[in-house]
Design a protein. Structure first.
Length: 227
């Protein structure tokens, strides 16, 4: 068997990470959640109050990037990972709605992207990796052997995200979640640096009506054909 690079991109809450994690577990590959990296940087900047509802200090954000170290620990057996920000486990906090509402502003900054893309390329350089995000097949690994682009209707995605947050005990309302999904779709696909677009050689998966289990089986088959 040869080891390949699997890039999974798409809009928020399309089930990317669910498929990516299962794929990594099944193949014994490393899984990298790049969204968690952008979220962790955002959390750091929110704590410094460089970014908030009414404030966005791009210069301060760029100046503080060298003070951030990120580590993603993935447990292949458990099939999930934890994001560490300067050695603090922030896995739970980076999923909060407050972070979701600021992350697309921070991820649009070129200096932020440059730093994280370099780290992602380093993490994937020995292959045997499943990476999910927005620009993996277009910017991070344009030569990935397998590229998937996941889509689903906005309502379906918002519902999934809402169920997930509720299931964790977060106090959110559906309209707020739907609005956040729409806002991020818009910001992520219209930003100047590395906007979310489907790579020409990506395979598109619309799972609006497809169950994630069926989808996983199909993806696994395609992946095995390439290995
Ligand atoms: O994947 P997730 O929804 O956790 O990503 C959070 C945000 O991080 C996205 O809305 C986007 O702004 C940013 N992101 C990005 N590039 C990636 C992964 C995530 O800009 N490769």
């Amino acid at each position: 068997d040869k080891k390949i690079t699997i890039a999974i991109d798409g809009f928020s809450s399309t089930g990317k990470s669910t498929v990516a994690k299962r794929l990594a577990k099944e193949l014994g590959y490393v899984y990298v959640d790049t969204g968690a990296m952008y979220r962790a940087v955002t959390l750091y900047m929110m704590r410094k109050v460089f970014v908030s509802e009414g404030n966005f200090d791009k210069e301060a954000i760029v100046r503080h990037l060298p003070f951030i170290s990120l580590r993603f620990e993935f447990d292949e057996d458990l099939g999930y990972g934890h994001m560490f920000l300067n050695d603090e486990n922030v896995e739970k906090e980076i999923r909060y709605m407050e972070v979701s509402q600021q992350v697309s502003k921070v991820s649009a900054i070129s200096e932020v992207r440059k730093m994280l893309v370099e780290q992602q390329q380093e993490m994937g350089k020995s292959k045997g990796v499943v990476m999910d995000g927005r620009d993996i097949g277009t910017v991070v690994f344009p030569d990935a052997e397998l590229k998937l682009f996941m889509t689903a209707s906005t309502e379906k995605r918002a519902q999934r995200r809402y169920d997930e947050l509720k299931g964790r005990g977060d106090d959110v309302n559906f309209d707020e979640v739907l609005q956040n999904v729409k806002d991020r779709d818009y910001m992520d696909s219209t930003r100047e640096d590395s906007p979310l677009i489907m790579a020409e050689d990506a395979i598109e998966f619309d799972n609006s009506s497809m169950g994630l289990d069926d989808q996983f089986e199909e993806v696994l088959k395609i992946a095995r054909d390439k290995i």
